[in-house]
Design a protein around this ligand. Structure first.
Ligand SMILES: Cc1ncc(COP(=O)(O)O)c(C=O)c1O
Length: 406
């Protein structure tokens, strides 16, 4: 039976500036190094409910695509928040609070002191803020509640009510701002300057880098888990990573680069065509914003401006960038829910499945397949970065509630 996947327009281009055989260098170390990863693993590993998320093999789908293997990292199970995002936003909140307590007490602070609530009075006086398309704000709000500080989250007009409610459920104040995600980012920074709040952005124009670096180091825990889960088996040949501002892709690319060095997997960025700022940036050789209506069904990827911190990793590190039509996401969600040819059924949200949608699209196109070196020996890793973060939308697309699929 042919794979139920539509032929849709897509584009892919090689990154002319990639350093394929290069070692992980000082520029990359400044974003993610062994100490940064170790601290993130120690902090996050101590949070209640921490467990590595599953890396699920999809041999049925791999065979249908003429590939050697597909491994899907199922982030829908992460801390009950249904996405990988708590690894970044909530971790950056903990680091922000550690710095606030260190400034107030004049001595180094152990992460467990923040987790235990040893400095509740200092922490309660801190307000953290962030802009979000849904998942990052939920993560920051969840972290703020876990550690006991105040939280104000900015969302733009396209964010669904379900996502707004999910953020407010963690006790955060939610402010809806007209315009795009990038406008909401600017609004969060302006409010923080006015009110003396701490911004926890997952993106940066290069000026504020501390919190985005914390976010990236927290995300890298996911890559470290995958590498441990792959231990003993053959090394992966390809990574297909969806990108919004690029933080998740940068963290994952960096961790694989740190571990595998010059033998790291071919890394392909995947974005919706109307907000493909990474495709635009890598083909131009310079960070490039895309404007106009950057909204996408893959709402977590609806970002028009790449993060300057992610650029340090992905400019030399990503081998190629591809753009997808929005319709690729629902087709992939349904395919995963069905479980192709004996594969386990999986719940993947609209942004969560984008990397896999990119892999499926590239593997079915003779030109992209050959150029990216995809064949029956390939072992591709994708990150299922969210489950049903919007349960009603999931049911509408897949035709069944996510609980039934899971
Ligand atoms: C589910 C999901 N996947 C991927 C991404 C992309 O992450 P980044 O913006 O760090 O590129 C996001 C961002 O919000 C997301 O929510």
């Amino acid at each position: 039976m042919p794979l139920p996947f539509p032929d849709l327009p897509f584009q892919w281009d090689a990154n002319p500036d990639v350093l394929p055989g290069a070692a992980y260098g000082p520029g990359q170390q400044a974003v993610l190094n062994a100490d940064g990863l170790a601290l993130a693993r120690r902090c996050i590993g101590a949070w209640p409910g921490y467990a590595p998320t599953p890396l699920v093999a999809l041999p049925g789908l791999a065979a249908a695509l003429g590939l050697g293997g597909i491994l899907y990292k199922q982030e829908g199970d992460r801390f009950g928040l249904r996405s990988f995002k708590p690894l970044g936003g909530a971790y950056a909140v903990q680091r922000c609070l550690m710095r606030a307590v260190e400034a107030a007490t004049g001595r180094p602070v152990d992460p467990d002191e923040i987790l235990r609530g040893d400095h509740a009075d200092i922490v309660a006086a801190v307000t953290v803020t962030a802009a979000t398309d849904g998942n990052h704000g939920r993560s920051v709000a969840w972290g703020a509640r876990m550690f006991g500080c105040r939280c104000v989250i900015f969302i733009n007009e396209a964010v669904t009510e379900a996502r707004e409610t999910a953020i407010a459920a963690y006790g955060a104040q939610v402010r809806r701002h007209p315009g795009t995600f990038d406008d909401a980012v600017r609004a969060a920074f302006a409010a923080a300057r006015r009110e003396g709040w701490s911004v926890i952005p997952d993106t940066t124009d290069g000026q504020v880098v501390e919190a985005p670096r914390d976010v990236t180091q927290g995300y890298a825990v996911m890559g470290a888990e995958i590498i441990e889960q792959l231990a003993g088996g053959p090394a992966p040949s390809h990574l297909f990573l969806q990108a919004g501002v690029g933080g998740m892709a940068a963290a994952t690319c960096a961790e694989f680069w740190r571990h595998y060095g010059a033998d790291r997997p071919t890394t392909v960025l995947v974005e919706p065509e109307q907000c493909a700022c990474w495709h635009a940036s890598l083909t131009a050789g310079t960070p490039t914003a895309v404007t106009g209506d950057v909204d996408s069904f893959m709402s977590g990827l609806a970002c028009g401006e790449p993060s300057a911190l992610a650029w340090e990793i992905l400019h030399p590190g990503a081998h190629a960038a591809m753009t997808l039509n929005d319709d690729a996401a629902p087709a992939t969600m349904r395919l995963l829910a069905q479980g192709w040819d004996g594969d386990p059924p999986l719940v993947g949200g609209e942004s969560g499945v984008a990397g896999l949608a990119g892999l499926i699209t590239a593997a079915r196109d003779a030109g992209a397949r050959a150029a990216l070196g995809l064949d029956e020996t390939s072992r591709a890793v994708v990150i299922g970065s969210e489950g049903a973060t919007d349960a009603a939308l999931y049911e509408q697309v897949v035709g069944r509630p996510w609980q039934e699929v899971a």
